[in-house]
Design a protein around this ligand. Structure first.
Ligand SMILES: [Zn+2]
Length: 365
């Protein structure tokens, strides 16, 4: 675990061979069109066809700024019922002033259109996971063909990317970044997004962030809140993160990078666990998303329909940590996840306690 609890990062030098790139003022081109510097375009781009032979088209907004700079993609709803990121991407694309933009924004608010229409996580046919199908392949399954059209046209040409998700239906996540922090630029991107919590790891193969990063487009995932909702506070925090990333990478050179006040970076070896139910029943969750819990503290109880006291199962925190993800739908089978707990160092804990003394403010994370 690395902590930036006490003070902002010092902007350490990149390793040899990694430098800020020089950019030219170039058109953004995709299969079928181009968007010149100083112009923007709203596109409905065909990635598949329905049973009726109609096109399945994803909405894409390209904003090519008047000044040279990196090309950044912002994507959401690779899982069709994860809505918070849709509003983040739409507000960046359509509500922000881009007259001073250095570089290009490729805004992809709804990647999984069939899932979005059905309000389901997966592509409805055969329950394929679009976010395990990247970078996709021509001549392969329907999911991989869709992924290929998206990836080749709107991901591969970019320099950086941010893919927005929420927790799976029935649970909620604290806003946090998932990123391969061993990659210099991914780490820089993850920190620039200015979330309090960054969880390291390269991600499963087939995910957009893993495959884009492997293809030379450093990409992070942002997890925020729950499915089927727009959660305004989380959306606003994510917009702050996007603005901070654009400042860090020179897209808005006059803006400054946001410092979240405290930050903890959880590596693969650090303490983190999904606590799972050992009994079926009805869950009384005592602590919420973003809560700091002490080792041995009761996080929830599981009871049967009769609330029989000798049948109550008490779930305690195995170590002191932060609740990053938690059950919302209060029913479980044995083995179902209850909460995602990550360990905190003493320094981070002090910074967190100093900044946020009430459970209420933490539940807004
Ligand atoms: Zn997701």
């Amino acid at each position: 675990m690395t902590d930036d609890a006490a003070e902002p990062p010092d902007g350490s030098d990149p390793p040899d061979g990694v430098q800020d790139l020089e950019y030219d003022n170039e058109p953004f081109t995709y299969d079928g069109g181009r968007v010149d510097p100083g112009e923007s375009a709203n596109i409905r781009y065909g990635i598949s066809e329905t049973y009726l032979g109609d096109p399945v088209r994803i909405p894409v907004t390209i904003v090519n700024g008047p000044y040279p700079g990196p090309t950044v993609f912002l994507s959401a709803a690779a899982h069709g019922d994860e809505l918070n990121g849709i509003e983040v991407v739409r507000e960046v694309a359509h509500d922000w002033d881009h007259t001073d933009l250095h570089g290009t924004l490729v805004c992809l608010p709804v990647l999984n259109v069939p899932g979005f229409l059905a309000q389901e996580r997966y592509l409805p046919i055969y329950d394929r996971d679009l976010n395990r199908s990247f970078p996709g392949r021509e001549g392969s399954t329907s999911a991989r063909r869709m992924a290929h059209r998206i990836f080749r046209n709107f991901v591969a040409p970019c320099d950086l990317g941010i893919d927005f998700h929420t927790s799976t239906r029935g649970r909620t996540n604290m806003l946090h970044v998932r990123a391969n922090v061993n990659n210099f630029t991914v780490n820089r991107l993850a920190r620039a997004f200015s979330s309090n919590v960054v969880i390291g790891g390269e991600g499963p193969s087939g995910t957009l962030r893993r495959e884009a990063t492997d293809a030379g487009v450093p990409t992070i995932t942002v997890e925020m809140g729950e499915a089927h909702r727009f959660q305004r506070r989380l959306i606003d925090r994510a917009l702050t993160g996007v603005a901070s990333v654009l400042a860090e990478f020179g897209c808005h050179p006059d803006s400054s990078v946001h410092w979240p006040g405290w930050r903890t970076v959880i590596d693969a070896d650090d303490e983190k666990t999904w606590l799972r139910a050992d009994a079926g029943g009805i869950v009384d969750m005592k602590r919420g998303r973003g809560a700091l819990v002490e080792e041995g503290e009761v996080i929830c109880t599981i009871t049967n329909p009769f609330k029989e006291e000798d049948e109550v199962v008490t779930v305690e925190a195995p170590f002191t940590g932060l609740i990053v993800g938690v059950l919302e739908n209060p029913v479980v089978y044995p083995g179902n996840p209850l909460c995602h707990l990550v360990g905190l160092s003493a320094d981070t804990r002090i910074a967190l306690e100093r900044e946020q003394t009430t459970e209420r403010s933490r539940s807004e994370l």
